[in-house]
Design a protein around this ligand. Structure first.
Ligand SMILES: *[C@@H]1O[C@H](CO)[C@@H](O)[C@H](O)[C@H]1NC(C)=O
Ligand SMILES: *[C@@H]1O[C@H](CO)[C@@H](O)[C@H](O)[C@H]1NC(C)=O
Length: 447
């Protein structure tokens, strides 16, 4: 760990000084990327590049596809990569696409965008409203795909300067079905040293970003329970076993898991979001189905909640003579997004260089939302950050993610494209300089 840090710091120092004193031959070679971060941003802001991105984003928005069904989305991505002259692997995890820009040789660094939409009916009335009833890009994945294509365009422009290979991960099924795990299982991240991902956020100002080192998003899981009693006439409760009252007590008891059993300093959530039972004024139903989600930052807390949810549902329902079955939804368990500390420093340098120091929130408060980006971080160092869209003066107030009124401020697209490109390009520069420093000093530990 000590050596590791020491050489990382030397590499970063050389990276910075090389930029300042590139005429001194005793120092590492200067930053070989011919464009600085702000030049990447200027490129992405060029009228024709911006309009091209807006066009892609609107096409995606009009044609949302749910998790694991991203066939047209995948086709559009491949068409754009073909036009840019970017080589790719397809199919990966059915609809996924993995692009490659650079030397084709190590080191490899990955950038990830998620592709899927949500089962939500869009309520925003505008020219490019979703054309598919009941489906909508209400989580901004249309913008994420567009930004990664934007990054591909920037990086392709400067391919000769890339000191390794940038791997573009267009991932299906983020909202459900564990698309990230499927990308990993397909071997797409073999030999990749680090991965970056981002998410648009309505409540960060445009031109600003936020993240932190360590936990940034919670882990989560879903559950469903059937509480069975005995149906009968509502006027003769003594002849029935009422599952509605039993389920009500179950739900109240579940609230005690966080308020009475969890460490108040260990953030957790238990929410019952589903309650189905009964249909007539004068009938006690046979059974009730409830379901919900629970969130926590550590695996231990998630497992503890999972076990106690079963015990509380079963035990509390038994008090009122009901039987239960509890199921956890297959492949829904997602661990917390935990950012690598060294990648955080890298992000901070790149983002501050591009946006200015005051525009980068390095200590963003973690959120209880979840992201299957965490699956990548279980395999390789990864970094996830949020990118702002708020611009009340010109765009009006923005609704939250997953709202039927969710809107994307398209001014965010150049920022996302340029940040992606700069994070990857400069990561490879640092990586190569690290190897050079390590070789010169006779130490060859891994970055
Ligand atoms: C990863 O590296 C190993 C060892 O250099 C090599 O044999 C393998 O082909 C590489 N895999 C990919 C996908 O590049
Ligand atoms: C609960 O299960 C037991 C054992 O199968 C059964 O005898 C009983 O009738 C069930 N009670 C309800 C309310 O379903």
């Amino acid at each position: 760990m000590g050596f590791f840090w020491w050489f990382s710091m030397i590499a970063i120092f050389h990276f910075i000084t090389a930029k300042l004193i590139s005429s001194d031959p005793s120092l590492s070679p200067p930053n070989k990327l011919s464009l600085t971060s702000s030049e990447f941003l200027n490129f992405a802001n060029k009228r024709e590049v911006f309009d091209w991105m807006v066009g892609i984003r609107r096409k995606l928005h009009e044609n949302p596809e749910l998790s694991s069904e991203e066939f047209q989305t995948s086709e559009l991505i491949r068409r754009e990569l073909d036009t840019l002259g970017v080589s790719y692997k397809y199919p990966v995890a059915v609809t996924g696409v993995i692009g490659y820009i650079g030397t084709g040789q190590p080191p490899f660094v990955a950038l990830r965008a998620d592709m899927d939409a949500l089962p939500i009916q869009e309520m925003v009335e505008w020219e490019h409203k979703s054309k598919v009833p009941g489906k909508m890009h209400a989580c901004g994945h249309d913008a994420h795909v567009t930004m990664l294509l934007g990054a591909a365009k920037i990086l392709k422009e400067h391919e000769k300067d890339i000191q390794g290979t940038v791997v573009l991960v267009f991932q299906p099924a983020e909202e459900r079905d564990g698309g990230a795990k499927r990308i990993i299982d397909a071997g797409a991240l073999e030999n990749v040293s680090a991965i970056f991902g981002l998410h648009v956020l309505p409540n960060i100002p445009i031109g600003e970003v936020g993240s932190r080192s360590g936990p940034i998003m919670a882990g989560s899981d879903f559950f469903e329970a059937v509480i069975s009693g005995k149906g009968g006439h509502a006027a003769f409760p003594q002849h029935s076993i009422d599952p509605i009252l039993a389920a009500s007590n179950v739900i109240v008891s579940l609230q005690h898991l966080v308020s009475r059993e969890a460490d108040p300093l260990d953030s957790q959530v238990v929410t019952i979001s589903k309650f189905h039972g009964g249909g007539a004024f004068n009938v006690i139903p046979d059974s009730v189905t409830i379901g919900g989600t629970f969130r926590a930052f550590s695996k231990q807390s998630l497992m503890q909640l999972r076990q106690r949810i079963v015990e509380v549902i079963t035990g509390q329902a038994a008090v009122q003579r009901c039987n239960t079955t509890v199921n956890f939804i297959e492949s829904s368990l997602i661990s917390a997004v935990i950012n690598d500390g060294k990648l955080h420093e890298h992000f901070r340098q790149v983002a501050e260089d591009m946006l200015g120091e005051g525009k980068v929130n390095n200590e963003m408060k973690p959120i209880m939302g979840s992201e299957d980006f965490s699956s990548y971080q279980e395999v390789i160092p990864g970094y996830f950050f949020f990118i702002g869209m708020e611009d009340a003066s010109s765009f009006g107030p923005l609704e939250s993610l997953h709202s039927p009124n969710f809107r994307v401020n398209e001014d965010v697209l150049p920022y996302g494209a340029a940040l992606h490109a700069s994070l990857a390009g400069n990561y490879l520069v640092k990586f190569q300089q690290h190897v050079k420093v390590a070789t010169e000093t006779g130490h060859n530990d891994e970055l």
